[in-house]
Write a protein that binds this ligand. Structure first.
Ligand code: TRP
Length: 341
């Protein structure tokens, strides 16, 4: 990229209820910081949420809940475009065109498809299989240059690149921009369970003590940190020495992500000290981050109409950006239909 101005970031997040610290530190806070680095579009990937089990009532509330959490965390509708992708039909339309470019073999190789379908491929929805094509449409529709995602999504970004290149080549156009994974916005913390430093923090873990929910009270947050699994050794001064101490590494990583410091800086401050000192400091840092966020979240929950309006505004802006690319894509394949773009 020659200049920051030509950088356009697009990213989506699936709407889930019950947000936890892993969602916040892994994706959301990074998005918040990116708003000052590039033009950003962020959306709730609610169409993607249909690929597994659907509970309509739950989905409706999860979309609002996630939107509220994003705004409460600092996604600013004046800086970024925030919307639900089901509200912009161009995503689904482009996904069809791109589905005719993507090859079965490419999709068959997607590890997320293999993991999620498991042994039940025949019984999986076509949507689950085609999921990465919709994701490619989400990105290519806005001619995004950079897509911030976690490691588990890198393969989907590669696929979006392949689809962009094949479409451009097949139809001899320079329409789609092959996107790059984005590494800005500071480091994304991979937040692990508080009970097992080798498992990801997850809302499906049966033990609530394994995670910090955005809705947990200050006392509960402090209690969960106090009871978090650790080892008896003091903290080292070298991050490498954490490699074989997954629980210690996780807590240090969380502290770094919450305060915005690097792991080196955190260790420089706490080297030689035990968890008796470190844990209360971590609990304080977490409470300082989460208390105001929870207050804002409660305000948004009380005013769903305000949230809906905000998302509608975002959808209108996104639709206007998407229209010329979609029209161009139809035109490229030989279908021109009257459109008001
Ligand atoms: N698949 C992504 C995830 O599960 C969410 C997503 C959907 C996305 N569309 C996207 C991310 C487009 C980046 C760009 O995390």
């Amino acid at each position: 990229m020659s200049s920051e101005q030509s950088m356009r970031v697009v990213s989506g997040i699936q709407p889930t209820g019950d947000l936890h610290l892993g969602n916040l530190l892994g994706a959301i806070l990074r998005w918040v910081r990116m708003q000052d680095e590039a033009e950003c579009l962020f959306f709730l990937a609610d169409l993607h949420a249909l690929t597994i089990d659907v509970d309509p009532q739950q989905l409706r509330s999860s979309v609002r809940e996630m939107a509220a959490a994003l705004i409460a965390s600092g996604i600013d509708a004046n800086k970024s475009i925030l919307f639900a992708h089901s509200a912009v039909p161009a995503h689904a339309e482009l996904a069809w065109l791109l589905g005719c470019t993507a090859r079965m073999g490419w999709l068959n190789r997607m590890t997320q498809w293999k993991d999620k379908a498991g042994k039940n491929r025949e019984g999986s929805s076509l949507g689950l299989f085609a999921y990465p094509v919709l994701q490619a449409a989400d990105i290519l529709l806005y001619r995004a240059t950079h897509v911030p995602v976690g490691d588990d999504q890198k393969q989907h970004i590669e696929l979006a690149r392949d689809i962009a290149i094949k479409f451009n080549t097949d139809f001899d156009v320079e329409l789609f921009v092959p996107p790059e994974p984005f590494i800005g916005g500071g480091s994304a913390a991979r937040v692990m369970s508080l009970r097992d430093g080798t498992a990801k923090m997850s809302k499906s873990d049966p033990s609530d003590m394994s995670r910090i929910n955005l809705s947990d009270s200050d006392d509960l947050v402090a209690q969960k940190i106090r009871k978090a699994k650790t080892d008896p050794e003091p903290l080292p001064d070298d991050p490498k020495l954490l490699d074989r101490r997954p629980e210690a590494r996780n807590l240090v990583g969380i502290y770094a992500a919450v305060t915005g410091d690097s792991v080196e800086e955190v260790l420089a401050r706490f080297a030689g000290q035990g968890f008796g000192t470190f844990k209360p400091a971590l609990a304080d840092a977490l409470v300082a981050l989460l208390t105001p966020l929870r207050t804002r979240l409660d305000e948004f929950r009380k005013d769903p109409a305000m949230l809906d309006n905000l998302l509608e505004d975002g959808a209108a802006k996104a639709a206007a950006l998407a229209a010329p690319t979609l029209a161009n894509a139809y035109d490229s394949v030989g279908l021109s239909r009257a459109r008001n773009a």
